[in-house]
Structure formats: structure tokens, C-alpha cells
Write a protein that binds this ligand. Sequence first.
Ligand code: SF4
Ligand code: SF4
Ligand code: FES
Length: 243
Amino acid sequence: MPLTAAQPNVRVVTLKIDNRDLSAREDETLLEVCREHQIPVPSLCYLEGLSLWAGCRLCMVELVGQNRLVAACSTRVAEGMVIQTDSPRLQRYRRTLVELLFAERNHVCSVCVSNGHCELQTLAQRLGVDHVRFSYRQVHYHLDSSHELFRLDHNRCILCTRCVRVCDEIEGAHAWDVMGRGGQCQIISDLATPWGESETCTSCGKCVQVCPTGALVKQGTSAGEMVKDQHFLPILARRRHAR
Ligand code: SF4
Ligand code: SF4
Ligand code: FES
């Protein structure tokens, strides 16, 4: 979000990110400021225009002077903050998180419809993940092909809840929810009915477009063919805030 003169009650603070002296509105988050200044901080659950989930923990950064890491997407800037976004410790941490995501479900990129257009895959490449140090759970989750237009493959789901939030907050249908805990956790449509039988889904496809992986895709797509289009999110968010 750029600085504007239209909000007189919001103070401007100064902070240092990766040794750069920056200023920001006090109501901005660290992630927003990093994005404004092209400082690359990874994220998977965050999406501009949707509410915060802060569940993936990939956006963690170092707040100098504190031992713990903080999530950039859910931490507001403050006067005098000193932030590191790309230390060796953070690189190790992010790499471990991505490896755990790969080990948790079944990600076989070469046969995935999102191969080449997947945010998880891109992040893994960026972090240099060329192997996974953890045992794969080798679980087989359900594939729901009951919807005439779309398909849900739980094997590729990273539980970022983008689909749940876009359906509720932008489309207003609230067709998706999260059920269960731990390894049993999964997204469900309506009260765990097949997607094609959902009485709330409007078939708008927004959940498919915001899904960062090959979990939600169009029917009829094969390996590497699914490309997501999220251009509508910032536009809708701006309209919502302008009301
Ligand atoms: S969802 Fe992404 S990471 Fe998973 S198999 Fe498909 S391309 Fe690979
Ligand atoms: S289906 Fe996609 S958008 Fe929904 S929680 Fe899973 S990975 Fe995220
Ligand atoms: S992007 Fe911050 S926790 Fe997921």
C-alpha cells in the first residue's frame, strides 16, 4: 500500500529492513512494506485482498534484539524496528518448512497439472530444495472430481485456506471450511459433501484461481496446463475498502 496524504490520523514510522532505512505508515505490516520496496519475503497463505491467516509461517523474519522470529504478514511496523529478512537462519527455517510440506502429502511435480505454475514448487526452487530430508508420510488422500468444472486433489493441498477465505470474503458463498486436526485436517465443501453436490458453491472458480498449488484445478487439465489468474483480488479489495 503506498503512502498517501489522505489519512491524516495515521503516523509515519521509520525502520530498518536489511540495512535499508525505510518509512511506512504505522498501520502497515512488515510484509506490505517489504513488498512495496521489492524485498522478497516468501509467503504461501497470505494473499492481498483476503483476511490474514498467518498459518504457513514462511514469512517469518528476524526482529533484531529479540530471539524469536515474527511473521511479517501479521506484524505491524513500529518506530525504530530493525528487521532481517534473509539471514542463514531464516533460509534454513524456510527450507525446512517447505520440505515438511513436501513430505506431508503427495507432490509429484512432473505429473501435476500445476507443474511450472505452482507457488510451492517455485518457492522450493528459490530455496534450493533439491531433496527432502524427512520421511514421506506416503498417505493417499481423496480426489474429488464430482464438480462438473473443477477438481480437488487433497494430495496437493497445503491447507493455506486461501480457498476458504476467498469463497467467504469475496464470493460470499462460504462453500469451503476446514475439518479435522493434524494429519486428518482437510478442506471440505458444505458439510463434507462431494463438491459437485454443494448447495452453496456458485461455480465462480475463485477458489481455483487463488489456490497456490495443484490442489484446486479445472477439469480437463493435464500435466503443466493449469495456470492461475488472481488479477481480480486487489481490485475487489480496493472496491471493498472504498465503500
Ligand atoms: S502442487 Fe506444486 S509442489 Fe505439489 S506436485 Fe503440484 S507442482 Fe509439485
Ligand atoms: S485447496 Fe488450495 S487454496 Fe485450498 S487450502 Fe488447499 S492449497 Fe490452499
Ligand atoms: S504468509 Fe505469513 S504466515 Fe503465511
